[in-house]
Design a protein around this ligand. Structure first.
Ligand code: UDP
Ligand code: MG
Length: 313
């Protein structure tokens, strides 16, 4: 198999047929397979996929999850089943046009010293202004906090060789933040620009709340610096407390006992209480991730597979 194209899809009933036709039009003379990963869709996505498989058994395979596990889990499942010399990841909604897959493939064919082609957004048009501003902020913050470099406007839209696939699969963590994983593994990566298309049907699954949660997961997953922030805040408050204590002692010795300032006490108690709670919260975030990882649950659960050699029901 020359190329495996992974298409994670969650409630994309109106898009599957379209993306399939577009991929097919791009690759008519190449040995390729499409693996649709149905991430626990509650609409007719599964049915639409099945009917496409019936029409084109040679090229189409399907993995149905038992529930929604998230796009990153879907990518992982796809990679585990990919048999291609090259593997590509593309969204189901046509925001990423399959025509770019051919560009990536040609590039990898011509440049054996490159392992991966990653597509970056030419001009971010999709999403609201608020979402774009937050995306910008997120990349600024994560680049300060994390040791690895995150490229702004990077996407999961990419194609890579088997060595990259093996590296991604070797990172078997449960809290999967693909953008981080892609940069963490390294490799010689060529970036190309792509024009974001219009979603042909349905709505985005990454609304503001989901994106915020995802961004937070990225920071927690790829940096331990927030833990250090707690330590630094603790050090600063203890030091200020100590300096204030000396000031009070000296003042009492020189001027005698003063009436206590309730306002000051309340402020200090609230301030320190706040810092303590924030620190515990940060600690809790890391602890919860550790908790999930140590349980060692599978990254996804398969309900059924269609079109693979050994099928399970
Ligand atoms: N997706 C998925 N599981 C999820 C959420 C999204 O498989 O839990 C898929 C979705 O069907 C689409 C791709 O991931 O093919 C990108 O999602 P979406 O278009 O909603 O995100 P956006 O492009 O707005 O960032
Ligand atoms: Mg999209």
């Amino acid at each position: 198999m020359k190329l495996t194209i992974l298409v994670p899809a969650y409630n994309e009933e109106g898009n599957i047929d379209n993306i399939y036709k577009n991929i097919k039009n791009v690759f008519n003379d190449i040995n390729y397979e499409i693996i649709f990963i149905n991430d626990g869709s509650t609409d007719k996505t599964e049915k639409v996929m099945a009917s496409i498989h019936k029409r084109d058994e040679e090229h189409v395979r399907i993995i149905n999850f038992s529930r929604n596990f998230g796009k990153d889990a879907a990518i992982y499942a796809g990679l585990e089943h990919s048999t291609g010399e090259y593997t590509a990841i593309i969204d189901a909604d046509m925001e990423q046009n399959p025509k770019y897959l051919l560009e990536m493939l040609t590039f990898l064919d011509k440049n054996p010293d490159y392992d991966q082609v990653a597509m970056i957004i030419k001009k971010r048009k999709s999403g609201s202004l608020i979402k774009r501003t937050f995306a910008k902020m997120f990349y600024k913050i994560i680049n300060v906090l994390s040791d690895i470099k995150f490229t702004e406007d990077a996407s999961d839209f990419r194609m890579f060789r088997e060595n990259v696939k093996a590296a991604i699969l070797s990172l078997s963590e449960r809290n999967r933040f693909s953008k981080g994983i892609f940069s963490w593994i390294g490799f010689n990566t060529k970036t190309m620009e792509y024009e974001v298309g219009k979603r042909t049907s349905g709505v985005t699954k990454f609304n503001f709340k989901a994106s915020f949660k995802y961004a937070l997961e990225g920071i927690i997953g790829f940096s331990v610096k927030p833990l250090r922030v707690a330590t630094i805040m603790g050090l600063i408050t203890s030091l200020s407390g100590f300096i204030y204590l000396i000031y009070i002692i000296v003042k009492t010795i020189i001027l005698g006992v003063d009436t206590p300032g309730f306002a000051t006490i309340v402020c200090v108690v609230l301030f320190i209480g706040g810092i303590q709670l924030i620190s515990i919260g940060i600690l809790g975030e890391y602890l919860s991730k550790t908790f999930i990882e140590t349980k060692n649950r599978p990254i996804y659960v398969t309900k059924s597979k269609v079109g693979f050699d050994e099928e399970i029901l």
